[in-house]
Design a protein around this ligand. Sequence first.
Ligand SMILES: NC(=O)C1=CN([C@@H]2O[C@H](COP(=O)(O)OP(=O)(O)OC[C@H]3O[C@@H](n4cnc5c(N)ncnc54)[C@H](O)[C@@H]3O)[C@@H](O)[C@H]2O)C=CC1
Ligand SMILES: O=C(CO)COP(=O)(O)O
Length: 331
Amino acid sequence: MRACVLGTGSWGTTFAQVLADAGHDVVLWGRSEAVCAEVREAHTNSGYVPGVVLPERITATTDARAALAGASLVAVALPSQAVRSILSELPDAVEPDAVVVSLMKGVELTSDERMSELLAEALRVPAARLAVLSGPNLAGEIAQRQPTTTVVASISTETAQRVAHACATDYFRTFTNTDVIGVELGGAVKNVIALAVGIAQGKGYGDNTKASIITRGLSEATRLGVALGASAATFAGLAGMGDLVATCASPLSRNHTLGVHIGAGMSLDEAVAVTGGTAEGAKSCRSVLDLARRHGVTMSITAAVVAVLYEGTSVEDMVRALITRPPRPED
Ligand SMILES: NC(=O)C1=CN([C@@H]2O[C@H](COP(=O)(O)OP(=O)(O)OC[C@H]3O[C@@H](n4cnc5c(N)ncnc54)[C@H](O)[C@@H]3O)[C@@H](O)[C@H]2O)C=CC1
Ligand SMILES: O=C(CO)COP(=O)(O)O
C-alpha cells in the first residue's frame, strides 16, 4: 500500500517510519524543502528525529498533491491550529477511497472543533472514512522502536480495523475503538493536564501534587467527554489514562516541559521559545475550556491553566484556588 503522511515534524516523521516498518511505501509532505531533501537523500530528519536513520521506502516532497496521489491511507500530523488553512486547498487531491487518519491532539481555537470534525470539513471526507489515532505515543521513544500501544478509533469498525492493521508492527501494538470523541478528547485534554503537572513540578511540588492533578485531570477530561457523547470507559484506557501517565511523567513531552518552565517563573512566550515544537495544550486549553463552559462542565484544572497562561494569575494563586475548593464527593 502507498501511504501519505502530512507533516514532517517529530510525530509525522516517526509515524512514517511505523508505516514503512509495517511494509508500506510512504510519502511525507512538509513545507520545508530542506527537510524533505534531507529525508530523501540522507534518510534522516535531524531537526525532528535526531539520530534516527529512516527506512529507504520513505520519501518526502513539498508538493502536497503529488504526496496524496495514489495514497490509500493519509495520516495528518500538523499543528492543530494550522491544519485547516493547510488542508482546505486539497480536498480534491485525496483519493476517493482513501482513509484519513488524524494523529493530532488539539481542539481548534476558532471553532472548538476536534480534529476529525475539522478534517471532515476541510478535506470533505465522510466520517466513515476518518479515523483518529491516540495513546501514550511519545514520538522520541517510538522512533527508537520501543514497545508502544495505541488506539485507532473510527465510527466505522471496518475503517478502524483497516488503519489498525496498516500500522501494526513488532513494536507498535494497535487497539480499535468506535469512540472517536473519547479518543480525541483524551489526547487533547491530557496536554492541558500535562501543562498543569509541569507547572506544579516547576514550582517545586512533588509526587502527591502531581498524582492529584493527574487523577483529577482524568476526572475532568472524562466529564467533558461524557457530556459530548463519549464513553467514560475510553478515558480509563490508553488514550485517556495511558497518555496522561506517559505525558505527565516524561521530559520528552513538550506540554509537560512547557509547564515546568512556566512553573519555574518564565512567561508563556519565553517558555514556548525554550521548549520548541508543538505544545498543543498551550492553545487548546482555551478551546477545551470553551467547550466545557458551553456544555455546562466544570473543569477547574483547565480553567486554572488558562488563568495562568492568559489571565495573569500567579502560580501561587492558581494552586491556592484549586486546593481551597470546598470538599465534595469524589467522582
Ligand atoms: N511529538 C509527539 O510525540 C506526538 C505528537 N502528537 C501530535 O501530533 C501533532 C503534530 O505534532 P509534532 O509532529 O510533534 O509537531 P512538531 O512541532 O514536531 O512538527 C510540526 C510540523 O508542522 C509543520 N508546520 C507548522 N506550521 C505549519 C504550516 N503552517 N504549514 C505547514 N507545516 C507547518 C512544522 O514545520 C513541522 O514540520 C500535534 O497535534 C501533536 O499533539 C501526537 C502524538 C505524539
Ligand atoms: O502526545 C504525546 C504523547 O502521547 C506527545 O506529548 P507532547 O505533545 O506533550 O510532546
